[in-house]
Unconditional design. Structure first.
Lengths: 163, 773
């Protein structure tokens, strides 16, 4: 009788929000589950576990990553940024001011995809914004409020840092 | 008014943009056990054998539960075992549960369970369901326990029939010069809340059953767990934190029962049942489908004389809330028009599809798609402008509804005003079709909407206000924060009533059924009315107590005491006064002695004069008021490719009074977006085994960023006199007319009647091809 799932564990160190964590994982553990269940960072949400909805988006080495599609073991030697690592940033303030959330479940992912875009390009075209943000799903808003939020940050960007 | 109507920042804003907002699935403790489901791969089958021997040997497995020895459940008709027994009736139905130490172990064991099915013939539509040649899905229908307001017909697949008989049908047809008849159909679809449904349960040594659930109805969970399993109701405690989108899908009680059953199987240990996205689409209740026939008669000048409708709802395998949906579809079985003669049979049909739960609009957008499309057929036949036809027949104070409620200007909004505003917003004079170039035309379609609620006649809502030593106040209400911002609106109401700074009004977002006063269910666009009225009463109750205490301290009659800026003072001499913070925890005299204590304000509201419907005529008062609106859609349509882009979506809604401009607009825009997705692209595709072929976001595609149109929201303000500040319900109303308006728009653009949903280019292509054959 195969008593799989295997229980071979690995001890790894991850750098998350500029802090180091030592954790025991299975090779098959996805980054999302490790963040939520082992580290307690529950801002990243499971929405589909299939890479379709973006609710679990985090930033790894300045790139947005759906943490349901990345193994935790692949995140060794990377810099991980989750929503808990953002403190009073322009994009968060813009989401509050423009009512760019309702239930809030997709919000962490949307803020991080916006933040990742702004980290990579501080003056993206509307077409580029669409390409990046269409990776995530928000079912409550009609997206207008999210569009207003990222545009307001872009408009102010010359005068302030996005971090 | 200082705070009512303002775009006050939501009370849940900062926890939601920082990831600190806690949802049901975020509560994980190390000792929790994980539950995974085995679900049916067929729409209809006998269960011949379930072999759990392999699964039992998987490390970490604590229990395996299959059907049998469980009570029948269902909110109106008890027709469903929480875990299938002998037979499965829909794709996704739960066949077994595995409880294990880790999610992986539970999943591995669940996948090791071998079930042998014998597939049976499938009912794949409500039209088939009513055909006696098809199988009977519930032969025991006559033995099921049920509530008295539901009317199943044993020996058939009819779970409920609601009849509307208003006026004189014969006379209506005699007076009609022009008659049209149209048929419509669409399959079930999904809510797509971003948070999949999730429940935790624990049965403690003192018999307390503690449940946490992502739910719109924790107080209903409490009742049903007690009813179904014989638990003393006071021992059931349900917690609901923030909910990640609901749209009606979390008003049904399902996973909570599984969590309870699983916990019981492991001696009451804490367990969690989480839906995968696929299970959320397949296993948990869905958005109802419909087959409809609408026949209308009017005079040569366009005055509606009669409406005759048959609605066959695709309630799915089990009745649960589907029977209630079919009733709501009868209550407002027409569009918002003055029609003296109405005949409607609204039937909830059993099929082999996932069963239905409420969906934003509660049967109204579905009925309106059929009815408003037929109105456009009528306008075409008459040669009268579609908006003019609707204006001419618009329901007005003095008219009566299909259930024969006599309306006044408080109980119904101003539809003619909504229509005239819509005309302006859509530049109606320009015409409905505008050529852009040789390949593209711009087309405009419209629909008028109305809705009342059909909640329980005695559904209530309570609010408690407690004060803090600094004079600030806590609002405690059973309303669930599902995303609508209602609790922020309650804070605004309390702030206005107590003349307090909104920042000093604190809101308890979480609900605990033991310590939070009941709000029946957070559904039906009724939270602002019911909890709002309760909040006003609670504020007045608190205020009276504050004034009474102040009267003693200030040595003046209560009637002479006024309030403002978190202070009470003598009206005749405002210098003599005392701040809230010296009163709300009792007043302490200089010598240390005290009088009074923490102020606790109480409020409760139940909508008065709501009645059941007469079983033969449907007469009765289902809800307190009808919100009305006029909506439009503009598309750019490619006449060669049959593709289209939705350019603008417009809603003019009579909101009574807008309490928070930003959250109101957000509700309308979000609902329009959802309605366009329902009308334009979302549906379940079934195969011959009744299997849903697209239970993932790659194949079931909600709108994404950039696919949305420009939104235009306009509000008319005809107050509902007994509502807080006159505010009508509006959480659902932006959705109601979108499928119909899109259907009217594309039917006009394509030049063929489009009477199915979703309105994908393939449907238009098939219609065009068919019309050429």
């Amino acid at each position: 009788m195969n008593r799989y799932p295997t229980n071979q564990r690995f001890t790894i160190n991850l750098e998350i929000n500029k802090e180091w964590y030592e954790i025991d994982i299975l090779a098959s553990d996805i980054l999302l589950d490790v963040l939520r269940d082992k580290i307690g960072l529950t801002g990243a949400k499971p929405g589909c576990l299939n890479g379709d909805c973006g609710a679990c988006t985090v930033i790894v080495n300045n790139q947005p990553i759906k943490s349901c599609l990345m193994l935790a073991i692949e995140a060794i030697d990377t810099e991980i940024l989750t929503i808990e690592g953002l403190k009073d940033t322009p994009i968060q303030r813009a989401f509050v001011e423009h009512f760019a959330f309702q239930c809030g479940y997709c919000t962490s992912g949307f803020i991080l995809i916006c933040q990742a875009l702004l980290l990579n390009d501080n003056n993206p075209s509307p077409e580029k914004i669409k390409t990046w943000l269409s990776s995530n799903i928000c079912r409550c808003t009609g997206y207008k409020e999210i569009e207003e939020s990222i545009r307001s940050v872009i408009n102010n960007i010359k005068n302030q840092s996005i971090k | 008014m200082d705070i009512i109507g303002k775009g006050v920042t939501r009370k849940d804003a900062w926890e939601k943009v920082t990831g600190q907002a806690i949802y049901t699935g975020d509560h994980k403790e190390t000792k929790i056990l994980h539950v995974k489901k085995v679900i049916s791969p067929y729409g209809h089958a006998n269960i011949k054998n379930i072999d759990i021997t392999k699964a039992e040997k998987v490390a970490g497995v604590r229990a395996i539960i299959t059907g049998g020895n469980l009570p029948l459940t269902g909110e109106e008709i008890r027709d469903r075992y929480p875990i299938a027994q002998d037979k499965v009736r829909y794709h996704g139905e739960v066949v077994a549960l595995v409880v294990a130490d880790t999610p992986k172990q539970a999943k591995f064991a669940a996948d090791s369970i071998q079930v042998i099915y014998e597939p049976l013939p499938v009912i794949n539509s409500p039209i088939d369901a009513i055909n006696p040649k098809y199988p009977l899905l519930h032969p025991d229908l006559d033995t099921y326990k049920k509530i008295s307001e539901v009317f199943p017909e044993p020996g058939t697949n009819i779970a409920n029939r609601t009849k509307i008989r208003k006026g004189d049908i014969k006379k209506g047809w005699q007076e009609s010069d022009i008659i049209v008849e149209e048929k419509f159909s669409f399959s079930p679809s999904d809510h797509v809340a971003m948070e999949t449904r999730c429940s935790l349960a624990e049965i403690r040594a003192d018999n307390k059953v503690v449940i946490s659930s992502s739910s719109q109805a924790p107080f209903m969970i409490k009742r049903l767990i007690s009813d179904y399993f014989g638990v003393e109701i006071g021992n059931v405690i349900v917690n609901t934190p923030l909910v990640g989108g609901a749209f009606g899908g979390k008003a049904s009680v399902q996973l909570e029962l599984l969590a309870y059953i699983a916990s019981k199987a492991v001696n009451g240990r804490l367990v969690i049942v989480e839906n995968s996205r696929e299970e959320d689409i397949l296993t948990s209740p869905c958005h109802i489908g419909l087959d409809a026939t609408v026949k209308l008669g009017c005079t040569k000048s366009g005055l509606l004389k009669i409406a005759e409708m048959t609605y066959l709802w695709d309630g799915g395998a089990y009745a649960d809330k589907a029977t209630d949906l079919s009733r709501a579809g009868a209550v407002d079985c027409t569009g918002p028009y003055n029609i003296e003669n109405i005949w409607c049979d609204s039937l909830c049909m059993y099929t082999n599809h996932p069963y239905a739960s409420p969906y934003r609009g509660f049967a109204h957008s579905e009925v309106l798609f059929a009815f408003e499309r037929t109105m456009d057929s009528l306008s075409k036949k008459l040669g009268i402008d579609p908006l003019e036809l609707r204006e001419m027949n618009a329901i007005l104070p003095g008219n009566s509804t299909p259930t024969q409620v006599q309306l006044n200007s408080s109980t119904v909004g101003n539809l003619p005003k909504c229509i005239s505003e819509l005309k302006k917003k859509m530049n109606w004079e320009e015409g409905q079709l505008v050529k852009i170039n040789d390949n593209t035309i711009r087309a405009k379609g419209i629909a008028c909407v109305w809705k009342t609620s059909t909640i329980d006649t005695n559904a209530g809502s309570g609010v408690i206000l407690t004060f803090n030593p600094d004079g600030s106040v806590n609002v405690i209400s059973g309303v669930i924060e599902i995303g609508t911002g209602t609790k922020t609106v309650l804070a605004q109401i309390v702030s206005e009533k107590l003349k307090m700074d909104i920042d000093h009004v604190k809101v308890q977002m979480e609900v605990n059924t033991q310590s939070t006063p009941e709000h029946w269910k957070t559904v039906a666009s009724r939270a602002t009315l019911m909890a709002g009225r309760a909040a006003i009463q609670a504020a007045e109750d608190a205020l009276l107590q504050i004034k009474q205490l102040a009267s003693i301290v200030l040595r003046a009659p209560v009637e002479d005491i006024d309030l403002g800026q978190e202070r009470v003072y003598l009206r005749g001499d405002p210098e003599i006064g005392i701040p809230f913070n010296q009163l709300v925890y009792g007043y302490k005299y200089p010598d240390g002695s005290a009088i009074g204590g923490q102020i606790i304000g109480r409020g409760q509201y139940t909508i008065p004069h709501i009645t059941n419907l007469d079983p033969e005529t449907g007469a009765g008062k289902p809800g307190p008021e009808w919100t009305v609106g006029a909506q439009g859609v503009e598309v750019e349509y490619d006449i060669n490719e049959y593709t289209y882009k939705i350019v603008r979506a417009i809603s003019v809604i009579d909101a009574g009074k807008v309490l928070n401009q930003k959250t109101a607009e957000g509700q309308i825009m979000g609902a329009m977006s959802m309605g366009l997705a329902f009308g334009g692209r979302e549906t379940f595709y079934f195969d011959n085994f009744g299997r849903v072929l697209n239970p993932q976001f790659r194949t079931y595609r909600p709108l994404r960023y950039g696919e949305n149109p420009e939104y235009i929201c306009e509000f008319v303000n005809t107050p509902q006199l007994d509502a807080p500040y006159g505010a009508r319900g509006l959480g659902e109303h932006g959705l109601l007319g979108m499928p119909a308006a899109l259907g009217n728009c594309l039917s006009l653009a394509a030049g063929i009647p489009l009477n199915q949903l979703p309105l994908i280019p393939e449907l238009i292509w098939r219609g065009k091809k068919g019309s050429r054959l």
